[in-house]
Design a protein around this ligand. Structure first.
Ligand SMILES: *Cc1c(COP(=O)(O)O)cnc(C)c1O
Length: 367
């Protein structure tokens, strides 16, 4: 069986370092907000080219804390609207709702699956205050176009970088392309911990200070509480694991791009729509997502051929039960994407032989 994502194999390459680090960790007796978190915050900020990185408990909290931070700084207020792509992973939308802001869904571009800047104008109102640009599947959104709209309309431009660690747009990385950026280090992400973890990056000192406080009960000094905060600290042991994995992120992303290049050049089945990619470093292929009109048939065919695939995601946010007030809205492009997409096996540890098998099976499929 060719696994969709073999996390165990991916982490096995670091196993000795993990074990050594765990021994040091036990010997240190320091478990929360220590040297490992500090080191990761510094190194990850440097890696992204941002002034600040603040470790938090997960990617959802990273986004919530950015929005709540801006509320405390008076740059957003309850009821303000945040533009977000309609086909994003639900977490982007939950973050906006948890911060008591209003998500305004915008259709994506059918070629890139990212928010379509041309569709934003018709959604702008006097309450629009921010764009949450989700770099879906690892490909950067059209940030120059979004930055122009943000400047013209005085909107904050926030990145959801949970799938785009390391992606580069003209010398700038994901995490340094807007006012603030939320990262997830959930185990399956391009930079994954061995449990939940996340971070915020920003060049805004005030925002960094507020979030540093908010993630730790709203206190900068122990037992002195300035804000109504939460407990969303980056776990020290997860930070230690991330410190081991961060140095290999670029090589991992290169391996993903190399596999993507093979899929893009060797899959030649006319029934399949391959992802758009300009071959620059603006894509880190968190997922390799194809489209076809007979998706479910292709998925079963591949499984019969010992190839695991997944669907990211099977149900559009506006069709989820939890968001029932949106259930009768229509987003035709988003709905088409959810009907047609399929994610092929993609990870730095996929072998050449495995990639060949996937390509061969897909090229054999007919309907
Ligand atoms: C994974 C993900 C998140 C949430 O991250 P968690 O660490 O699981 O909370 C947010 N947005 C996107 C686009 C994601 O893929």
């Amino acid at each position: 069986m060719i696994h969709f994502l073999d996390l165990k194999k991916m982490n096995q390459t670091h196993e000795q370092q993990f074990e050594q680090k765990l021994k040091q960790f036990l010997a240190s007796g320091w478990y929360v907000l220590g040297k490992e978190t500090e080191k990761f915050e510094q190194d990850f900020a440097n890696y992204c080219g941002a002034e600040y990185a603040i470790g938090v408990a997960n990617g959802l909290d990273a986004l919530i804390l950015i929005l709540k931070g801006y509320i405390l700084l008076g740059k957003l207020k309850k009821g303000d609207e945040v533009l977000v792509p309609a086909n994003t992973y639900i977490a982007s939308i939950l973050a906006i709702l948890q911060a008591e802001l209003i998500p305004v869904l915008v259709e994506p571009d059918i070629n890139t699956y990212n928010i379509d800047p041309k569709k934003i104008a018709e959604k702008l109102t006097s309450k629009s205050k921010a764009i949450l640009a989700v770099h879906l599947y690892g490909q950067l959104s059209d940030m120059p176009a979004l930055a122009k709209i943000a400047t013209e309309n005085k909107l904050l431009l926030i990145e959801d970088s949970a799938q785009s660690h390391g992606a580069i747009l003209v010398n700038k990385r994901s995490g340094n392309l807007g006012n603030a950026s939320g990262f997830s280090f959930y185990p399956s992400k391009n930079l994954g911990a061995l449990g939940d973890a996340g971070a915020v990056t920003t060049n805004d000192q005030e925002l960094a200070e507020v979030i540093t406080s908010l993630r730790n009960y709203g206190s900068e000094k122990k037992y002195h509480n300035q804000y109504i905060g939460i407990n969303s600290r980056l776990d020290e042991l997860q930070a230690a694991f991330l410190n081991i994995k961060l140095p290999t992120l670029d090589a991992d992303n290169l391996a993903r791009r190399t596999i993507a290049k093979r899929y893009l050049t060797e899959i030649n089945n006319p029934k399949i729509i391959l992802p758009f990619w300009d071959e620059s470093e603006n894509h880190v292929f968190h997922l390799f997502v194809i489209r076809t009109q007979n998706r479910d048939d292709l998925q079963s065919f591949l499984l019969e051929n010992q190839i695991q695939t997944m669907i990211h995601y099977p149900i559009a946010p506006h069709q989820q039960k939890a968001l029932s007030e949106w259930n009768n809205l229509n987003f035709p492009i988003t709905e088409q994407i959810h009907r047609e997409i399929l994610s092929l096996p993609m990870s730095p540890v996929l072998t050449n032989d495995e990639v060949s098998q996937v390509i061969e099976a897909i090229n054999k499929w007919t309907y």
